[in-house]
Design a binder for this molecule. Sequence first.
Ligand code: SF4
Length: 451
Amino acid sequence: MTMVKTIEPAAEVLLKKAAQDNVETVFDRYEAQQPQCGFGSLGICCRHCIQGPCRIDPFGNGPRAGICGATAEVIVTRNLLRQVAAGTAAHVDHAYEAVEALELAAEGKIDYEIADEKKLLAIAQTLGLETDGKDKKELAMAVVEAAYQDFGNHTGKPIRWLTANVPQERLAVWESLGILPRNPDREIREALHQTTMGMDADPVNLVLATAKQGLVDGYSGLILGTDIQDILFGTPMPVVTEANLGVLQKDKVNIIVHGHVPLLSEKIVYWARELEDEAKAQGSQGIQVAGICCTGNEVLMRQGVPLATNYLAQELAIVTGAVDVMVVDVQCIMPSLARVAACYHTELITTSPIVKIPGATHVSFSLENADEAAREIVRKAIANFAKRDENKVQIPDYKAKVVAGFSVEAIVEALAKLNGEDPLKPLVDNIANGNIVGVVATVGCNNAKIT
Ligand code: SF4
């Protein structure tokens, strides 16, 4: 059965172009993978030791346990825990890098500002740190040390970023379940140990360990990373901008920032503004930066940079033929981008030592050389503009106005207009009286399985 690939009009236009240009996309590869492995889909295949791979017969006619005796329940929950631990590692690694950046910024060793002193103070107070008489650099160092203490916590006590941020009732529930994390790196290591051959065979214990990874992900990854990045780059406030592939400009140098971390993309935005005249001198009308995935959202909500598209259409951005450089940092970067870029004039640039793609240019990015790297990348885009083949350019005429930047602080600030003393009260009251049924966070991205 052929699935509907997308209902998004810009993507529809570009999928037709991709077919004409003989470019393979994620949707083609998804179809080529059908039917996907039933054992893998059910999670009942195990490769955790070299006696395997082992698989369980879901119909009950074949093997009911792996060679070691692991049942379907054990194999499924072990696989889930490993999967969640891997995602947790990605978020925690991201947050750790942000902490390093704040440390170097506070020491004056890198060219990043501490943009949000209000948030810095609020976090220091939440953590219970001494704030009196400290200037912003000293306060930032105190926050950095608190973060590093979590990473090097050998006391057996729970992560401070968690205990400082959650209500006592929630803490008590997690404690009663034995899932309070002690140290993010230790918990991720323990999850790998726990799921190794001959280890945990209790599915309930494995599910609880997975919930513990969720707490690590939340408090040593997402919240820690957000806190530190807000201190460095500013807490987002509502901003009006545009989204969809129509934000690319026919007459401008188009640079796409793609990945997850704002450390590089903030610098690209800065240097794109600085080098606007250079771009004009080379025959363009200027420089357009647009984002994909989270790194795009970081500069969307803080700088109002338009969002080009999402994970699933990243290849299609290049298929427009109008992207002069796509620069990527970490996570959600399709390895296929290099092959797609090779069909056009687009230069794909990797920047992280742990994300290299054959066929891409690698410009090594570090906190210390951030400005040099960003300037080099913007100049590569300016130079590449001249190589654009106008016959291959097709920018779909689809874009929409978006309002982004709804940080917790922005929401509380808006609610404070209703009740300055207790801003959350109107929200809580309306949940209590049933006018608001509930509050939902929709988190994540699209994938080829679901139209
Ligand atoms: S751990 Fe057990 S189920 Fe997994 S591959 Fe080894 S023997 Fe098979």
